[in-house]
Design a protein around this ligand. Structure first.
Ligand code: AMP
Ligand code: FE
Ligand code: FE
Ligand code: ZN
Length: 293
């Protein structure tokens, strides 16, 4: 009998962005859930990497260090995963800092609009939900409303106040996807579009633009994801096939902040090997016991 294939989950969040567990808790939860290879991909930041790296060594989990950049294309939000980037790359670092700063201002503006309409939440309460140095996001407004007893789950806040089509919605600086692909490649990393055909958002990516992203250096599409139904998975797999892109699957786990469970969608070892081979090596995959950085 051949051994069971490794469980590879390449998209998760910690409290360094909008997950509810610290990077160390996230890695521990992954070990507990039987995940062999985990990627930490916080929104617009690499701040969780050192803590996750130490925890991965303790728990015997293989760690792929990554980020998830929120990009904007026409009226559609495109999330771009970037694996194994050089965390010191100046262009990418500056771009992520710019996005994080704009996110803070934007949350303050959203809270002003909500308060003016009687939603019981203050910006101080929201800031209390953002870990020091973490990337602020709409989920932190939801967490403030949970903390003050207004709602029980983030879902309710997104349904009533925080959705993309809500009157309280305010955008933030988000790079063009082609620029973000270029920056990730320049930083030696590997770009993969997260949940490209998510059904719950306003616009839908078109195949021609994914082709343009491939020409700019895109490596893969995350096809297997909770936000994709069978039709979206099939569309992503067929498009990846046609464009010569690798296909991944991941949970997009956010701790208690979303219903997504660790390991609920997974990536094959072959796809992971393509991703690793496409990186410059500036940031290595952390393999416990292998004794490297
Ligand atoms: P932002 O990055 O500030 O635009 O907020 C978007 C984030 O909100 C996404 O990364 C999701 O993690 C989270 N999100 C979106 N919809 C929901 C929902 N219904 N319940 C919980 N979290 C959500
Ligand atoms: Fe998120
Ligand atoms: Fe996403
Ligand atoms: Zn995500």
């Amino acid at each position: 009998m051949s051994p069971a294939p490794p469980v590879i989950d390449l998209h998760t969040h910690s409290s360094v962005s909008d997950g509810t567990q610290t990077p160390a808790e996230l890695v521990a939860a992954a070990a507990e859930a039987g995940v062999d290879v985990l990627a930490i991909t916080d929104h617009d930041t690499v701040a969780g990497w050192p803590e996750a790296t130490a925890a991965a060594r303790r728990h015997g989990v293989t760690l792929v260090r990554g980020i998830e950049i929120s990009c904007a294309w026409r009226h559609t939000s495109v999330h771009l995963l970037g694996y194994l980037t050089d965390p010191k790359h100046e262009g990418l670092t500056a771009e992520l800092a710019r996005a994080r700063e704009s996110r803070a201002t934007r949350l303050e503006r959203m809270v002003e609009l909500m308060t003016a309409d009687g939603v019981p939440v203050s910006f101080d309460e929201v800031l209390a939900q953002v870990a020091p140095g973490a990337t602020p996001g709409r989920p932190h407004i939801a967490d403030a409303l949970i903390a003050n007893g207004t709602i029980a789950h983030r879902d309710e806040a997104f349904r009533d106040w925080l959705g993309d089509d809500s009157p309280y919605y305010v955008g933030h600086y988000a790079p063009d996807p082609l620029r973000a692909v270029g920056l990730i490649r320049a930083a030696g990393g590997v770009p993969v579009i997260a949940h490209p055909f998510t059904r719950t958002r306003a616009g839908v990516l078109d195949d021609a633009f994914v082709g343009a992203m491939r020409d700019a250096g895109l490596v893969g599409l995350e096809a297997r994801h909770r936000d994709h139904g069978p039709a979206e998975v099939a569309r992503a797999v067929a498009l990846a096939d046609r464009l010569g892109l690798v296909v991944t699957g991941s949970s997009d786990y956010h701790g208690a902040g979303k219903r997504n469970r660790l390991g609920e969608n997974t990536t094959t070892p072959e796809a992971l090997a393509v991703i690793e081979a496409a990186s410059s090596g500036a940031t290595e995959v952390v393999r416990p016991g292998a004794g490297s950085t």
